[in-house]
Design a protein around this ligand. Structure first.
Ligand code: IPM
Ligand code: MG
Length: 382
């Protein structure tokens, strides 16, 4: 037992030292990409696993279609990034193999299809690794249900909390297991600023801060305190604060849910509640997500790789709506707002009003490709 304790203490010292260094690096970092100033924007497309390659193929076609002129003139380059598959990751025992990471870093923005995340073991999630490697600290997830007056946007902290050391916990066999949760000043400040800036620049009047600071007193307590400090620079924005448990109830309470606008929260709560929110919108297959950093950004569906669909042989019937929404967010992020607006309009027509081609996720519905064609035909008519 003494040996376990000694090695756990040594490990904690290493983790603490690393996290202090990460916080200091964040405080000093000034690197920033201004997409307007780039001669060429390189968009990397990672196919992922399971239904990933099927839905990302449609987004690839969609981007080639929407950005035809920009690709022809050399203003935009689409780069296919191979190798972010569970087989390759297991074979190399790396969350993101080095050559794949180098390819990813040679792009400016990434469109990433779902990658399989293993339960337990030591192989880290590719999502989590990419968010860390590219320092994508803001996970931005919009959810809209116009007929219910729901227009939410979640700002989920994306690089710390329960995730940052999630694969580096301590275990004493047959005795106990310990994981670590980390909240830093700089890490909280930057996500809070992102949420408040968004509110200010997009006509939002309210930000809800969501934690469990009554129980996670140190980490969530810090998150809450720093968010309140940042809020002082945005006096025109009203803030309210909720605990995550009651917030999950609020989202299904029709009497109050439409009052929420921007929701700011730590990593794991943001993970959980955005699936709930997406379900209210029509399912996780309908929601896109942006992972924004100062230098890079990555856009992805919020759902997983749906291995069950592949096992059942119905992968071609996967719904690409979520990756199309991610594509829309990508276009907006790199400054093609008019193109993003068109895609958004086409998505509304195809999934809300006209609905001529409907994907159900099963053989009774349209295929992913048929829906991709439908979106492109609709854009052409706009
Ligand atoms: C998400 C996903 C990921 C997460 C998984 C796949 C690692 O659920 O993007 O919400 O937990 O962040
Ligand atoms: Mg999730």
């Amino acid at each position: 037992m003494e040996n376990y304790i000694d090695s756990a203490v040594a490990q904690f010292k290493t983790l603490l030292t690393e996290q202090i260094a990460r916080q200091q690096k964040m405080e000093n970092d000034t690197a920033y990409t201004d997409y307007k100033k780039l001669d060429k924007i390189v968009i990397g497309i990672c196919g992922g696993d399971g239904i990933g390659p099927i839905i990302s193929r449609e987004s690839d076609r969609l981007l080639q279609f929407i950005l035809k002129d920009e690709i022809a003139s050399g203003k935009v380059e689409l780069k296919t990034i191979e190798g972010l598959t569970i087989e390759n990751r297991i074979a190399q025992n790396k969350a993101i193999p080095d050559d794949v990471l180098a390819e990813i870093k040679s792009c400016n923005v990434i469109l990433k299809a779902p990658t399989t995340t293993l339960k337990g073991g030591s192989l880290e999630s590719a999502n989590v690794a990419m968010r860390r490697e590219l320092d994508l600290y803001a996970n931005v997830r919009p959810v809209c249900v116009p007929e219910e007056n729901i227009d939410w946007i979640f700002f989920r902290e994306n690089t710390e909390g329960e995730y940052v050391l999630g694969s580096r916990g301590v275990e004493i066999p047959d005795t106990l297991a310990f994981d670590f949760k980390v909240t830093t000043n700089a890490g909280t400040k930057r996500i809070a600023k992102a949420a408040f800036e968004y509110a200010r620049n997009n006509g939002k009047t309210k930000v809800a801060i969501v934690t469990k600071a009554n129980i996670m007193k140190k980490t969530d307590g810090k998150f809450s305190q720093i968010c309140h400090e940042v809020a002082k620079d945005y006096p025109e924005i009203e803030i309210d604060e909720w605990y995550i448990d009651i917030m999950t109830a609020n989202l299904i309470n029709p009497a109050i849910r439409s009052q929420f606008q921007v929701v700011l929260l730590p990593n794991l709560y943001g993970d959980i509640i955005t699936d709930e929110a997406a379900q209210i919108q029509g399912g996780v297959g309908t929601a896109g997500s942006a992972n924004i950093g100062d230098v890079y950004a990555m856009f992805e569906p919020i759902h997983g790789s749906a291995p069950r669909m592949i096992e059942a042989g119905i992968g071609e019937y996967a719904n690409p709506t979520s990756i199309f929404k991610a594509t829309e967010m990508l276009l907006r992020h790199i400054g093609f707002n008019d193109k993003a607006d068109k895609l958004n309009e086409a998505l509304n027509i195809c999934t809300e009003t006209e609905k001529r081609v409907v994907v159900t996720g099963d053989t009774d519905g349209a295929t992913c490709k048929e829906f991709g064609d439908y979106i492109m035909e609709t854009i052409e008519k706009l």
